[in-house]
Each structure stands twice: as C-alpha cells, then as structure tokens.
Design a protein around this ligand. Sequence first.
Ligand SMILES: [Zn+2]
Length: 269
Amino acid sequence: MPELPEVEVTRRGIERELAGRVISGVAVREPRLRWPVPKDVHRLAGRTVRAIQRRGKYLLVDCGDGHLILHLGMSGSLRVLPSGTPAQKHDHFDLQLGDRILRLRDPRRFGAVLWTSADIDGHPLLAHLGIEPLSRALHPARLYQLTRAHRTGIKQFLMDGRRVVGVGNIYANESLFLAGIHPRAPARKLSLERCMKLSAAIKQTLRAAIRAGGSSLRDFVGADGSSGYFQSRYWVYDRSGERCRRCGSAIRRIQQGSRSTFYCPTCQR
Ligand SMILES: [Zn+2]
C-alpha cells in the first residue's frame, strides 16, 4: 500500500511536470473506484493546474476554483506519460494536459478521483485528519498536548490518523525504535523530553524514506504499488526474531489493534 513518503514523492514528481499546464481533457475508463468518479469531472477541461498539494495520503490538484482529489488506495500509482500512450488494463483515469497525461493505474480500485469546488479543508474526507507529521504543526509541545487524552499505547496513538495523519505502520514502528520508546508505553504518560525525541524521529524516518524514493524517481512518477523503498534498512519493521542492529537482542513482534508491532526489548523502554 502506498504510504505517506511514496505519496509525497509522487506529489513532487507530478508537480514538477504539471504545474502551470492547462487541462485539455479527461478520460474515465472505469468510474467504479472506491467512490464513483463524478460525471462532471469532464468539466475540468480549460482549467490550469496551479499546484499539487498533499493532505495525509490525498493528493490535491489545485485548479484555482476547486480541487481534484486523488487517492492511491491499496494499489494505485500515478504516472506522467506522453499523450497517446496506449492504456493498459487497470489504467482507469487520465488527466490530459496537452502533450502529457497524468494516468492513474489501480488494479484493486480502492483509489479515488473526486472533485470539489468547496473549501478543501472542510471536505468530509479531509476535515478530520490530524496534524501533518512533516509540517511545523508536529512539534514536541503539540505532541505532548495531543497525547494527554489518549488512553492507548503510543504506537496506537501514532496509527490514529485523527491525531497525526499518515504515519502508517512501518514508519510508526521505525520511529519508536529511533526514539527508544516501547510501543505499549501509555501515550498520555510520555514526558515532554520523549515527545521531543519522538517527533524528531517521525520526521527523520519519513524524510529518509522520501529521499530514498526521490532518488529512484526519473521519468516514472511515484509509487508502483510495491511497499517501501528501503526495506533492507529497517531497524525493526518485519524483522521478528532477527537481531537488533544496535544491541543484538532478538526483535519481538506483538499485535496492537489489528496491526503487527515490532520492537527491540532492550533499546525500547
Ligand atoms: Zn536493540
């Protein structure tokens, strides 16, 4: 599943290619995505792409008087291709921009293509999203404040997109290792000092993944459905039973909610 770093890498690649271009047409080959692709999406023609923004894992094509909302779902990817490139199976949606097309491929069809001309921050899909982990909104005092009311372990807090959006399972595990925090540590008892370490670790982990994704980016734009760009470099994620790269202890795996958590019993307290 595309995670926040892949979505951000996609955003940067698309924005570089498409900002300033005029939308010349739209092709919908399969409207049955997670939600039906709206019929009036054809009216986008003639608008100029001002910027590509991101909120959580939603990409927002800013057209000035509204936003095209894109989501990659479980298996989606976006590519910028020369116009006229034949569509393959699962290529459900094209935004045409002169001699370029932005093409959504999505085999499992959990992705989304939506349009809104209303206030984007108030959109039902976005209004309840938590703070952006890569923005200044995530800082130690804010994390300290947000965690006070949370009765669960810190790992589950990080997985709750209404508090901090888009950290995801891989990066939550890796960030907690870097910060030396046990995933079951009660969120509301985290000291300000540990909130400082954790907010820095979250940014560090996500930025490293974006850098790794960005360096593999050429004409191809963004996530291809494969998970993680730096799998071999994980500290704890998916390494149950293997040795901690820092202290040699065996990495443990536990279940929290419906997700697997991996941690080092020595490095994380
Ligand atoms: Zn360790």
